[in-house]
Design a protein around this ligand. Structure first.
Ligand SMILES: NC(=O)c1ccc[n+]([C@@H]2O[C@H](COP(=O)([O-])OP(=O)(O)OC[C@H]3O[C@@H](n4cnc5c(N)ncnc54)[C@H](OP(=O)(O)O)[C@@H]3O)[C@@H](O)[C@H]2O)c1
Length: 234
């Protein structure tokens, strides 16, 4: 039976799959949650993170298989809409997966971490502090991830639980592949991103794996941006 498992949400592809692979390569036991239940490493559980009953059942299953060492709240969605015509249902849908599900998963993993410590890494975005056209819901949801990270870190420090927010810049995945392939976007990116181009899922995965690999109790509640310095570029 797997021991000291790390649960990665949205692990079937993209950044989540890279995180699952990187953690497994470094010797961690990985549990991959997604609607498809695909597991690029470790084992998979089919779970819709927007369905609370399904999330509660998934964490029960994980705990019945062994102890739990951490959680990566990675599942997320971006839906672009001009704010003037943004539908409330669309706003709710984005907030439900990107923000509410983060709260639910953290709450559900808490009982398994509280007496022995552990690490929760939320995947935010550098959009959390930017004004991005047609992205009101997404930006609001990722700002909420930063806020929840701070609140959870403060509340759960005495339980030995570290909570961090890893906030990527543009990373090429299915979420944005079509957008990033446009010639005008490529030209804009090469000028705007000081390192020259969007990052790769493996870049984010390495950072997340370091947070699990190093024991740094004093590092908690913070947002670490990984964006090729785009967010600080004048
Ligand atoms: N790509 C970027 O440029 C970028 C930048 C900053 C932040 N991020 C953040 O990084 C995270 C991962 O993004 P990505 O680019 O890797 O996205 P992606 O390639 O679209 O993958 C999304 C993952 O989430 C899962 N998922 C979607 N809805 C779900 C649900 N309701 N319940 C459970 N799992 C669900 C998908 O699996 P199933 O379809 O099998 O459910 C998939 O594994 C997101 O939080 C995103 O906001 C991405």
């Amino acid at each position: 039976m797997p021991d000291d498992q790390i649960v990665v949400t949205g692990a079937s592809k993209g950044i989540g799959a890279a995180i699952a692979r990187e953690l497994a390569t470094r010797g961690h036991q990985v549990v991959c949650l997604s609607r498809s239940g695909k597991a690029p490493a470790g084992y998979g559980i089919s779970c819709d993170m927007t369905d609370e009953t399904s999330v509660v059942a998934a964490f029960k299953e994980v705990a019945s298989n062994g102890s739990v060492a951490g959680l990566v709240n990675n599942a997320g969605v971006h839906m672009g809409s001009p704010s003037a015509t943004l539908q409330t249902s669309e706003f709710d849908q984005v907030m439900r997966l990107n923000a509410t599900a983060v709260m639910i998963a953290a709450r559900e993993v808490y009982p398994f971490l509280k007496n022995k410590g552990g690490v929760i890494v939320n995947i935010g975005s550098f959009f959390d502090k930017l004004g991005v056209p047609d992205s009101l819901a997404y930006c609001a949801s990722k700002a909420a991830v930063g806020a929840m990270t701070r609140c959870l870190a403060v509340e759960w420090a005495s339980a030995g639980i570290n909570v961090m927010n890893v906030a990527p810049g543009y990373i090429e995945t299915d979420l944005n592949r079509v957008f990033l392939a446009q010639e005008n976007v490529k030209r804009w990116m090469s000028k705007r991103i000081p390192t020259g181009a969007p990052g790769k899922p493996a870049d984010v995965a390495q950072l997340v794996a370091v947070l699990f690999g190093e024991n740094i109790p004093f590092l908690t509640g913070e947002t670490i941006y990984i964006d090729g310095a785009q967010g600080v570029n004048h």
